[in-house]
Design a protein around this ligand. Structure first.
Ligand code: NAD
Ligand code: ZN
Length: 358
C-alpha cells in the first residue's frame, strides 16, 4: 500500500492506494470515534463489495444506504432518501459517512455529508478508475439540476480516501477506458514523464495489472492533490485539470448526456484542444499525433460525434456564460504542460473541431 497526503492545513487527509484495501479495518478505525457509520453505495456495487466494507467496520453500528445506479442518482429525491435513512438510524454529526462506489456515489454522498446536520465527516472509497484518479480527491461534491450538471453542491473534503485497485477487476471495459481518459488528461496537462510511462504501460493498464493501476492512480492523485492544495476552490491553477473539458462538455450536451461516457467525450475533447493548441502554434503536428495515438491505444474516441461544429460551439458559448462571459481554453504549451488561454477567435476553434474529425 502507498499513502499520500493532500496538504490542506487542518483539513489535510491521506489517500491510501493499493490492492486489497477494502477490508482493512485499520484504515477505517481512526475515523470511527463516533461509534457509528453509514455506508452509501448503489445497487451495482453493493452486491460486489458492501459486505467486505461492513466486515471491516464490525466494531461499530453500521447503516446501509443503497441508491439506484447511474447519473440520475445525483438528484434531490435520492439525496432526501439518504437524509431519511441517516435520521432514521439516528446518525449524528459524529457519525461517519462512507461513500462506496464510483463518482456518482462519491458526489452524492459527499454532498449529503457536507450538509447533513451542517456537515459530518466522510470517507471516499472509490471503486471506478475515474473516481480513484479524479472525483474522490479534491472535495468537490454535487448533485445535478434539470438545467445543468453539478449545479447544486459544496466543497467538503473527506477525512481519507481508500482506493482499492482490486475493485477495478469488476469494472466494465468501457468504464475502465473512460477512466483512462482522465489518467491521460493528468499526464498531458501536467507531467510529460507520466505520458511517456503511459505510452509504455497502456497494455498493462488495459489488462488491469494491479501494479500498473496502482502507479497510475498514485501519480494522478499526486498531481491532483498538489493542484488542490494550491487552489482548493478553483480560482486559478485547478482549472488546468479541465484540459479537454470545454470541448468534452459540449460533446456530452450535444449527444444528450449518457450515450457518450464522460471520459469518452473528454478523450475526443483532448484531441480538439490539442488541434487548437497546434492552430495557435504552441505545439506541433508530431505532438498532436502523439496525443491521438495514446488516446486511440486506450480504446477511446479521437473524433467527436456527428454534430456540426457550429452546434458544439454554440454549446460551448452557453458554458461560457458560466465563466463571466469569457471563453477560456486549457491548451497545451507542450506535452505535459497546459496553460489557460483566453481571447481565442472562433475560426481557430472551428478549425480544431474540423481537424479532430479527420
Ligand atoms: N467531484 C469531482 O471532482 C468529480 C470529478 C469528475 C467526475 N465527477 C462525477 O463523477 C461521476 C462519474 O463517475 P464514474 O465514471 O465513476 O461513474 P459511476 O459512478 O456512474 O460509475 C460507473 C458505473 O460503474 C459501476 N461501478 C462502480 N464501481 C464498480 C466496480 N468496481 N465494478 C463494477 N461496476 C462498478 C457503477 O455502478 C456505474 O454503473 C459524474 O457524475 C461526474 O460528474 C466528479
Ligand atoms: Zn472529467
Amino acid at each position: 500500500m502507498e499513502s499520500l497526503r493532500v496538504a490542506l492545513g487542518e483539513r489535510a487527509y491521506p489517500i491510501h492506494i493499493g490492492s486489497g484495501l477494502l477490508d482493512r479495518a485499520e484504515l477505517y478505525r481512526p475515523h470511527l470515534a463516533g461509534g457509528s457509520a453509514a455506508i452509501v453505495t448503489n445497487q451495482v456495487v453493493a452486491p460486489l463489495y458492501l459486505s467486505r466494507v461492513r466486515q471491516a467496520l464490525r466494531e461499530v453500528r453500521v447503516t446501509e444506504i443503497i441508491v439506484p445506479d447511474g447519473e440520475r442518482a445525483k438528484s434531490w429525491p435520492t439525496l432526501e432518501r439518504v437524509f431519511d435513512a441517516l435520521l432514521e438510524a439516528r446518525c449524528g454529526r459524529d457519525s461517519l459517512l462512507i461513500a462506496l462506489g464510483g463518482g456518482v456515489v462519491g458526489d452524492l454522498a459527499g454532498f449529503a455529508a457536507a450538509v447533513y446536520q451542517r456537515g459530518m465527516p466522510f470517507l471516499q472509497v472509490p471503486t471506478t478508475l475515474l473516481a480513484q484518479v479524479d472525483s474522490s480527491v479534491g472535495g468537490k461534491t454535487a448533485i445535478n439540476h434539470a438545467r445543468g450538471k453539478n449545479m447544486i453542491g459544496a466543497f467538503h473534503q473527506p477525512l481519507a480516501v481508500i482506493s482499492d485497485v482490486a475493485t477495478l477487476d469488476t469494472l466494465p471495459d468501457r468504464e475502465l477506458r473512460a477512466g483512462l481518459a482522465e489518467v491521460i488528461k493528468h499526464g498531458l496537462a501536467l507531467d510529460a514523464a507520466f505520458v511517456t510511462w503511459l505510452e509504455s504501460s497502456m497494455e498493462k493498464l488495459l489488462s488491469r495489472d494491479p501494479a500498473a493501476l496502482s502507479h497510475a492512480v498514485k501519480r494522478c492523485c499526486e498531481l491532483k492533490s498538489d493542484i488542490v492544495a494550491a487552489d482548493e476552490r478553483e480560482s486559478g491553477v485547478r482549472a488546468l485539470l479541465n484540459f479537454g473539458h470545454t470541448f468534452g462538455h459540449a460533446i456530452e450536451a450535444a449527444t444528450g448526456y449518457g450515450s457518450w461516457l464522460h471520459g469518452e467525450a473528454i478523450a475526443a475533447g483532448m484531441v480538439m484542444a490539442s488541434e487548437l493548441s497546434r492552430n495557435l502554434g504552441s505545439i506541433d503536428e508530431k505532438d498532436v499525433a502523439r496525443v491521438r495515438r495514446l488516446i486511440e491505444r486506450a480504446g477511446l474516441p479521437v473524433a467527436g460525434p456527428a454534430v456540426a461544429p457550429q452546434e458544439l460551439m454554440a454549446l460551448m458559448a452557453v458554458d461560457k456564460k458560466a465563466v463571466q462571459g469569457r471563453l477560456r481554453f486549457v491548451l497545451l504549451e507542450a506535452i505535459g504542460r497546459a496553460a489557460l488561454r483566453g481571447g481565442i477567435d472562433d475560426v481557430a476553434v472551428r478549425g480544431a473541431i474540423v481537424a479532430a474529425a479527420q
